[in-house]
Ligand binder design. Structure first.
Ligand code: NAX
Length: 326
C-alpha cells in the first residue's frame, strides 16, 4: 500500500461532510489502494456529534482508514495536511445582511488560511465549499502568503454537474455523452452556465437546441435556482450532491481529467480578462496535479459578455467588502 494521505475536513459534523467522509474512506476519491488519515475540524459545540461520526466511521472498519481524529483547533486539523476540504462556514440566519455574512465568513477563512500557511504541507490542495465559496477561497489564499496560490480552489463542480444533467435531459442523451461544458464565474445565481461549446458524442449541443430563448429563459434560471428547489423539495439543502461534487473535484485535480474539461473555481491568472487572483469558475483540464484553464474560447458575443461582467462584478464587490481584513 502507498503511504497515507492526510485529509483535513472542516464542518465535519455537518450534513455535507456526513455524505463525504464515508466515500473518502471507502476509496472513492483517491482510489482503493490509497490509505487516508482524516483530520476533522468543527466548532466546540459540535464535538459530541463529531465523536458520533467517528464512531460510525470505526464501525465501517474501512481497510483504507489508517487514522481519524476530531479537533476544534485549526492548526491541529491542518497539521501536515495534503488535502484540506473546507466545508464549515457561517450560515446565513434570518435578518442577516449579505455583507454581515461576508464579514463573518471572512473571519473564519482568514483564521483557517493562516493556520494552513503555518502547518499544512507546502503542496496542500485546498478546496473551499463553504459559502460564499469563491470569496472564502480568496480570503484563505490571501491569508496564506507562503503557499502557492495554485493550491487554492472553490467548489463549482455541483453547478457543472447540474449544467451537464439538465442538457442531457433536454436532448435525451446520457450524461456520459456530454463534454466541454463550462460554468463561468461565481458559485451564486450570477454564474454563467455555458453550453455553446458542449458536445454530445462529438456533435454540437447548441445545434440540437432550437428554441432561441431556452438558454437564457429556462436553462440558466433552472441551474441558478436548483439549490433553492432542492431546499423546497427536501426541506434541507443539497448534501449528497455537494459531497459528490467535492469527491469528483479532488479526484480529478489529483488524478487528472485525461484531457476532458471540468469546471473549477481557481485564482485567475488573467485569462479571459479576469483580474489576477479572483477565484473564478473556469473550464479547466487537470494533469499531474496541475490545473490548466482552457484557453481560446470566444466570450465576445453580447450574451456572454453581459453574463461574465455580471458574475465578475459580484466577485469584485465581495472582494471589496472584505478588503480591510486582508
Ligand atoms: P451544516 O450546517 O450541516 O454543517 C456545517 C458545519 O460547519 C457545522 O457542523 C458547523 O458547526 C461547522 N462550522 C461552522 N463554522 C465552522 C468553523 N469556523 N470551523 C469549523 N467548522 C465550522 O451545513 P452543510 O449543509 O454541510 O453546508 C456547509 C456549507 O456548504 C454551507 O456554507 C453551504 O452554503 C455550502 N454549500 C456549498 C455548495 C457549493 O457548491 N459550493 C453546495 C452545497 C452547500 O450549499
Amino acid at each position: 500500500l502507498k503511504p497515507p494521505v492526510r485529509i483535513a475536513v472542516t464542518g465535519a459534523a455537518g450534513q455535507i461532510a456526513y455524505a463525504t467522509l464515508f466515500r473518502i474512506a471507502g476509496g472513492i476519491m483517491l482510489g482503493r489502494d490509497q490509505p487516508v488519515i482524516l483530520q476533522l475540524l468543527d466548532l466546540p459545540h459540535a464535538q459530541k456529534a463529531l465523536q458520533g461520526v467517528i464512531m460510525e466511521m470505526h464501525d465501517c472498519a474501512f481497510p483504507l482508514l489508517e487514522d481519524i481524529f476530531a479537533t476544534d483547533d485549526p492548526e491541529t486539523a491542518f497539521k501536515d495536511a495534503d488535502i484540506a476540504i473546507l466545508i464549515g462556514a457561517r450560515p446565513r440566519t434570518q435578518g442577516m445582511e449579505r455583507s454581515d455574512l461576508l464579514q463573518a465568513n471572512a473571519a473564519i477563512f482568514k483564521t483557517q488560511g493562516e493556520a494552513l500557511n503555518k502547518v499544512a504541507k507546502r503542496d496542500v490542495k485546498v478546496l473551499v465549499a463553504g459559502n460564499p465559496a469563491n470569496t472564502n477561497a480568496y480570503i484563505a489564499m490571501k491569508s496564506a502568503p507562503d503557499l502557492p496560490s495554485e493550491n487554492f480552489s472553490a467548489l463549482m463542480r455541483l453547478d457543472h454537474h447540474r449544467a451537464v444533467s439538465q442538457i442531457a435531459e433536454k436532448i435525451g442523451r446520457p450524461v456520459t455523452s456530454i463534454e466541454k461544458m463550462c460554468v463561468w464565474g461565481n458559485h451564486s445565481p450570477t454564474m454563467y452556465a455555458d453550453f455553446r461549446y458542449a458536445t454530445s458524442n462529438g456533435e454540437s449541443v447548441a445545434e440540437m437546441i432550437t428554441e432561441p430563448d431556452w438558454h437564457s429563459e429556462v436553462y440558466m434560471p433552472k441551474i441558478a435556482q436548483r439549490g433553492a428547489a432542492i431546499i423546497e423539495a427536501r426541506g434541507a439543502s443539497s448534501a449528497a450532491s455537494a459531497a459528490n461534487a467535492i469527491i469528483y473535484h479532488l479526484r480529478d485535480w489529483i488524478l487528472g481529467t485525461s484531457g476532458k474539461w471540468v469546471t473549477m473555481a481557481v485564482p485567475s491568472d488573467g485569462s479571459y480578462g479576469i483580474p489576477e487572483g479572483i477565484v473564478f469558475g473556469f473550464p479547466v483540464i487537470c494533469e499531474n496535479g496541475n490545473v490548466e484553464i482552457v484557453q481560446g474560447l470566444d466570450l465576445s458575443d453580447d450574451f456572454s459578455k453581459a453574463h461574465i461582467e455580471l458574475t465578475l462584478n459580484e466577485l469584485l464587490e465581495e472582494r471589496e467588502a472584505v478588503k480591510h481584513l486582508l
